[in-house]
Design a protein around this ligand. Sequence first.
Ligand SMILES: [Zn+2]
Ligand SMILES: [Zn+2]
Length: 244
Amino acid sequence: MRVTILGTAGVLPDPQRAQSGYLLDKDGQLVLVDCGSGVFSRLAQLSIEWTQLDTFLLTHLHLDHMSDLLSIWTARWLLGAPDATLYGPVGTREFITRLLDLFPYIRDHVRVIVHELKAGETLSIAGFEVSTLAMNHYVPTLAYKFDKKLVICGDSEPEPALVDFVRGCKLLIHECSFPDGKPAPLHATPTLLGEVLAHADVEWLILTHLYPSAAAQTEELIKAVRKNFPNEVTVATDLQVIEL
Ligand SMILES: [Zn+2]
Ligand SMILES: [Zn+2]
């Protein structure tokens, strides 16, 4: 599979970083995981076939992870592809229904099937085997595992259950919103993340969802994680492409 990291910022603006979004491509099957502000434009920078992008996963229902969703669906409708399937945590169906009700001209033209996922499920989505894990954030939040290779976490403080969840995976993409020393309830900071993942059997950890204070010291973030986590650690950049 090919993973394109579309956005790597947290909530605050960063000229180099859009908000969260990840495009997965497996033999032409496209899945978009999260789509915060700027992801619509990032997708436009790629030569994707918009009508093929019909499967969407949300880690959680915070604005910086879904604000471009209706823009994408509207564009797809105008391009002749009104159908989409959306997966998200409990609450997604009511959330999307109410959101679409605010825009009848969109609601009346897009056809979206919503599947709410619980933690601990494994199911087939667009050719991927997808498993879910509950994270620890302000609202119901999931981590998704794809084909036992890749885990993309929603926002969370470091979750001990990840150690088992990522076993044998090649890549874990995890938020690191703030550097050490900043109060970060229900988000991750690097030393604590490394401590929790110290014995996680995953080859490569990519840090993302960076607030400006974290983005300004990426080397320090990596060093802090690696005090305890022994494997490869890097910091995500927008439009980074990874083949797994
Ligand atoms: Zn976020
Ligand atoms: Zn959040």
